[in-house]
Structures are given as structure tokens and as C-alpha cells.
Design a protein around this ligand. Structure first.
Ligand code: 2P0
Length: 319
């Protein structure tokens, strides 16, 4: 039975994706830009030709909702596919504050297309990963990547590409965990509700091209001060937009604000660093590798757990 195994790292967006222009095709309303992060990774094996569709995630049978998403994506890989067995393991805790769906769907499409004997370009793989989970389109790539909003109604021009490789810039992303529990509102539900009810949504969408243009330049020039200002602005505008939804979508906890204040205090002491937040209370702080010990020590005083991550490589086949 043909089988293949792929590994992918999760990513954190510096310019955020929030909102869809097409739900069925999972097309974004805005472009986004991210950093792929090691050492955390997902390893996924796909066996193409099994007795029944079967999903095993971190040693347990996938829930009906997880299975529905995975096998719907495999239907897109091949609408005439055989039954498939999928084994997927994250080497990081589910509560590590990182979206396992980004690494999960990137590893899944890479392994599935290989097991199916398909030769696909990395852009085609990114389009497929996007259908599973938007942020997964970016995890096909190492280092710094951008997911293009695209214009085509069929979404074939909405894929990610590498802006700069893993070794472009020696930075660290420090993840400060405040709440290990499952989130109350999923990203998917939160963003759909925001776009349906937030009066700030059109302004959010209109603000994003400038952030992307400036972030590309800041990454190219390795300018942490400039990139930091853009990433905090993007996160704050995304959260302001969802806080203005009706009823509001509010992921922040008191610890989130403590971490933001810690980042500002570090900056006041001359340490270049900046925070971002996703669909949860945890705070991710970008800094130079040389400052990572000090930044993580300061964040450890306010957070339950701190993880220090570094730029990771692209998704890859390992078997
Ligand atoms: C991002 N997030 O750019 C944004 C910022 C969370 C906040 O992408 O509906 O799991 O599957 O496309 O990719 C998380 O949402 O959403 C996310 P779907 P996804 O990383």
C-alpha cells in the first residue's frame, strides 16, 4: 500500500489573516505574513489504500469534526481516492499556544500527494493546505512567508510563498502561555462572526495592504523596530475589530496585558522586541536571538509557561 510521511512546523502570523472572501474555498479577505517556527512540528503518515478511512491524532481516534475536515481535504487531493489511513502526531503540547492546524494540514497535503503519486508544485500544495486551514498555506514554507490574498474567484492565485529563508535573520519567538484550556470561540467561528457584525471590519480589511508592504521591507532589511511596530499594529487592529463584533469576541486575559506591559518595559530598557496575539490569550514575542534569554526570563515572571522558538525550515517528506 503506498504510503508517505511528512513533517511541518507551525507558524505565527506577524500580519494577520482574519476574515474570508469565500467560505467554501476558504479564501482570505486579506493577505498575511508569518514566521515558521522550530523545533515544534507535526509528523503525518498517509497510507493510500486502507480498509476504511481512519484518522489517528496524537494516539487517539480523531473526532467526527476533525475527521470530516481531514477526509474532505483528501477528497480534494483525489476525488476518486481509495480509503485512507492518516496518523498524525504533534511533538508539542496542544496547549502550547500555537495553531497545530497550520503544521497539521501542511504535513497532511504533502504526505497525501506523495502517497497518491501526484507531482504538485509547492504553490498547488499551498492552495490545497489553505482549503484545510488558512494558516496551513504558510507552513509549507520555511522562514518568512506571505499568503497572497489573490483575486481569482477559483482561488488558484491565493497561495503562500517564501519571502526570506530560515537563516535570513537570527530571531526568536517567545511564546508566553496564560491559559492551557481549549478556547471558547474557534478562529473560524470568530472570524466569520467578526465580518458579519463588526462595524470596524471594512476598516480592518482596508488597513492590511500597507502593513504587508511595510513588513516585507522590514524583514528584508532585518529591522526589528519597524517590524515590531507593524506586528503590534496588525494584532491590535485585528483584536479591536473582533472586540467590536456583536456580541464581542474577546480572547484577552489579564495575563495577556501583563505580557504586553513586560514587552513595553523591555523596549524602554533598549531591548528591541514586539508582541503578537492570535485567537487566544497567549502572547508571542519576537526578539533578536541574543536577547532571548532576558526576554524569556522577564516573561516567565508573568506567564505560566514560556517556550523559546526559532525560525524553522519548510515542510518536508521524511518517508
Ligand atoms: C493567522 N489566525 O493569520 C490568524 C490570526 C488566528 C489569528 O489563521 O478558518 O485555523 O481554518 O482558515 O487558519 C487561525 O485560523 O482558520 C489563523 P481557517 P485558521 O494565523
Amino acid at each position: 500500500m503506498p504510503s508517505a510521511t511528512a513533517v511541518a512546523h507551525p507558524n505565527i502570523a506577524l500580519c494577520k489573516y482574519w476574515g474570508k472572501r469565500d467560505r467554501a474555498l476558504n479564501l482570505p479577505a486579506v493577505g498575511s505574513l508569518s514566521l515558521t517556527l522550530a523545533p515544534f512540528s507535526t509528523t503525518t503518515t498517509v497510507e493510500w489504500g486502507a480498509d476504511a478511512d481512519e484518522l489517528v491524532l496524537n494516539g487517539r481516534v480523531g473526532t467526527p469534526e476533525e475527521s470530516r475536515k481531514v477526509f474532505a481535504l483528501l477528497d480534494l487531493v483525489d476525488s476518486w481516492r481509495p480509503k485512507v489511513r492518516v496518523l498524525s502526531e504533534n511533538d508539542f503540547p496542544t496547549a502550547a499556544g500555537l495553531a497545530s492546524s497550520s503544521s497539521g494540514f501542511a504535513a497532511l497535503v504533502l504526505a497525501a500527494c506523495k502517497a497518491a503519486g501526484q507531482e504538485r508544485s509547492v504553490e498547488q500544495l499551498s492552495v490545497l493546505a489553505r482549503r484545510g486551514s488558512g494558516s496551513a498555506s504558510r507552513s509549507l514554507f520555511g522562514g518568512w512567508s506571505e499568503w497572497k490574498v489573490g483575486e481569482r474567484p477559483d482561488g488558484m492565485d491565493s497561495y503562500a510563498f517564501e519571502l526570506a529563508p530560515q537563516d535570513h535573520w537570527d530571531v526568536r519567538m517567545i511564546v508566553a502561555i496564560f491559559d492551557a484550556g481549549p478556547k471558547g470561540t474557534s478562529s473560524r467561528d470568530g472570524m466569520l462572526h467578526t465580518q458579519e457584525t463588526s462595524p470596524y471590519y471594512p476598516a480592518w480589511v482596508a488597513s492590511t495592504p500597507r502593513d504587508l508592504a511595510e513588513a516585507r521591507l522590514a524583514i528584508r532589511g532585518r529591522d526589528l523596530g519597524a517590524l515590531g511596530a507593524i506586528m503590534e499594529r496588525s494584532a491590535l487592529r485585528m483584536h479591536a475589530c473582533m472586540m467590536a463584533a456583536d456580541p464581542p469576541v474577546l480572547y484577552w486575559k489579564s495575563g495577556s496585558v501583563w505580557a504586553q506591559e513586560t514587552v513595553r518595559a523591555l523596549r524602554d530598557r533598549g531591548i528591541a522586541c514586539a508582541w503578537t496575539m492570535d485567537a487566544g490569550p497567549n502572547v508571542k514575542v519576537l526578539c533578536a536571538a541574543a536577547d532571548a534569554d532576558e526576554v524569556s526570563a522577564r516573561l516567565s515572571r508573568v506567564a505560566d509557561v514560556v517556550h523559546v522558538l526559532e525560525p524553522g525550515g519548510p515542510a518536508r517528506l521524511v518517508g
